[in-house]
Ligand binder design. Structure first.
Ligand SMILES: [Zn+2]
Length: 149
């Protein structure tokens, strides 16, 4: 298992070489706000070691990431009052395992409907279709979700 990948933006965040609005960090994982949230409050939990596929994580690490996502998901319910908290793992985008924790206000939020863009040929997935949220707002969002607040 590779500890760090020099080409990986998530590894750069873990090393402190790229910015992130951090919600939680412990000796095995870090949670930070999504730059392009479908709804305010969306964040992700990732292992500190570079592992591409979520299914390749050791059982105890995968379980720990789910527990952190669940605890912070409870906080998300308190702070943002969505109908439900969704958990999404797909792995397209950054090849470093990540658990997306998504406030769900409508059922289509779980399938990231806002990422679907119509084209002449039909539809395509566009990860940049959702606008960037500015760092100051992301930092404020992270502060609301931190359990020490
Ligand atoms: Zn990585």
């Amino acid at each position: 298992m590779k500890q760090h990948n020099a080409q990986c933006v998530f590894c750069a965040i873990i090393a402190g070489d790229a910015p992130a609005s951090v919600v939680h960090r412990d000796d095995r994982c870090i949670a930070f706000m999504n730059l392009r949230p479908l709804h305010i409050g969306e964040f992700m939990v990732i292992p500190l070691v570079h592992i591409d596929h979520f299914t390749d994580m050791p059982d105890d690490l995968a379980a720990h990431i789910m527990v952190v996502g669940q605890r912070l998901g409870r906080r998300m319910m308190e702070v943002y009052n969505p109908k439900r908290v969704g958990y999404v793992v797909h792995g397209f985008g950054v090849p470093h395992a990540h658990l997306n924790v998504v406030p769900l206000h409508e059922s289509s939020d779980i399938v990231s409907a806002k990422h679907i863009v119509g084209t002449e040929a039909g539809f395509r997935i566009a990860h940049d279709a959702v606008p960037l949220r500015c760092r100051a707002d992301l930092d404020a969002d992270a502060a609301k979700l931190r359990s020490d607040q």
